[in-house]
Design a binder for this molecule. Structure first.
Ligand code: ZN
Length: 422
């Protein structure tokens, strides 16, 4: 299968070039001046933008159906409120809610995702069916007890679906010391990376320090969690010693600014993390705390929040943020040959309509991407060389009307249950 994109502006290796792109099967085969090629389809990009799709490096996608169900609460109160709704969801509910999330991903240009949730059977099924690139959690994902399959079984489910795996612990407050230890041992045994929510709220850091006389990074260092390839989500309340520990172990940080703002958790010290040489990716977190999967919104916040807190307009330029949302995120999730338009890379790419008023004129397309462009400007999304979204149409293995209908039914059902799973 050959798809030829002609007449494009192309974001490649941090610069905009003009030309054509040939996708052959799942890979980018050519970038450059127009060539004559016998393609199955020619897409006239009409001087709009072709760029890598985004990596949403932290999410709980089955929460999509819970969007708006608990707003305006601090994290601890919010967790108490949403957990009964989560546990009232069946495997089928999780499948359809994940599918709704996937539809939102592809329509907004997200082509790969880190999935952090329990009950991975229906999740793996949804990702496999949709063609989404995903790294899926095995482990002890939730504060409360959803049915937890043995790690080995979870690992097989992820592998059988052709997805990559990460050993995921919820947090130092939500996962017992014994379970953290078990998970770390399993990750060593199977040579798997690890991940965890870390230093998200002041309460988490305070409680951990009282209980263990250590901050969360100090505790995780002590138990050997950072000896594996590791990413941590949030990292809002880290001081310079914490940051140094992360840098020493080459731990990646996934920042989720919308969720941190909405839950009143705080603002992550992105500039300090960057200066310590730490690689940063961007996540949306779940729809129950964000409440949308919009990487343009997240990029704007990552670019601007530290400017405001530090009174420094000159820091965290737009290109750095685009890298975080694409290449860096993909690398942190272990996806090789993903995150940029380059010959030989997997064809995970998006077409952005630059013709709308808020994208005009094109003085600086990279600046526009972070400060002006909207997720609704995404016209086409391709993953692994397959078009999964184009101009309002979805090709993700389920009809969009069916996805909406199923999620309406789930919404009504869990509302009737009142969030009680007895
Ligand atoms: Zn999260």
């Amino acid at each position: 299968m050959k798809i030829y994109f002609k007449n494009a502006k192309i974001l490649s290796q941090g610069t905009i070039i003009e030309g054509d792109v040939l996708v052959e099967n799942d890979r980018i085969a050519y970038i450059g001046k127009p060539i004559s090629v016998d393609a199955d389809r020619v897409v006239d990009v009409a001087e709009n933008l072709l760029m890598s799709g985004f990596t949403n490096a932290h999410c709980h996608t089955p929460s999509t159906v819970l969007r708006g169900i608990s707003d305006d609460k601090p994290l601890e109160e919010w967790l108490d409120e949403i957990i009964p709704y989560e546990t009232s969801m069946t495997e089928e509910d999780i499948y359809w809610s994940t599918m709704l999330g996937i539809a939102e991903y592809v329509s907004g240009g997200i082509t790969s995702v880190e999935e952090n949730y329990g009950n991975i059977k229906p999740i793996a099924q949804a990702y496999k069916k949709s063609g989404m690139r995903a790294r899926v959690s095995i482990g002890l994902p939730n504060v409360n007890a959803l049915e937890i399959l043995p790690f080995e079984t979870q690992f097989s489910i992820v592998q059988d679906a052709g997805l990559s795996a990460v050993c995921y612990a919820h947090s130092v407050y939500g996962t017992s010391e014994e379970n953290l230890d078990k998970l770390t041992t399993f990750s060593h045994k199977n040579n798997l990376p690890v991940s965890i929510h870390m230093s998200e709220t002041l309460k988490e850091v305070g409680d951990c320090t009282v209980k263990f006389d250590k901050t969360p990074p100090e505790l995780l260092e002590e138990i050997g969690f950072f000896d594996r390839d590791c990413i941590v989500y949030h990292c809002v309340h880290c001081d310079k010693d914490d940051i140094q520990i992360l840098a020493n172990y080459d731990v990646g940080v996934i920042t989720c600014p919308s969720s941190n703002l909405k839950l009143g958790s705080g603002i992550a010290p992105i500039y300090a993390l960057q200066n310590a040489g730490i690689k940063i990716g961007i996540g949306t977190d779940g729809a129950y705390s964000n409440n949308s999967y919009d990487m343009f919104k997240e990029m704007f916040l990552v670019a601007t929040l530290n400017k405001a807190t530090l009174n420094r307009a000159d820091i965290i330029p737009a290109l750095d943020v685009v890298y975080m949302a694409t290449k860096n995120g993909a690398e942190l999730l272990g996806f090789e040959n993903v995150g940029d338009i380059a010959v030989g890379n997997f064809a995970d790419l998006i077409l952005i309509d630059l013709s709308k008023p808020h994208n005009q004129p094109n003085n600086d397309i990279i600046s526009n991407l972070v400060y002006a462009t909207k997720s609704s400007d995404v016209y086409l999304t391709m993953i692994n060389g397959k078009i999964v979204y184009e101009n309002g149409k979805y090709f993700i293995g389920e009809e969009i009307s069916e996805i909406y209908l199923k999620n309406q039914e789930i919404r009504v059902k869990i509302k009737e249950l009142g969030g009680k799973n007895e």
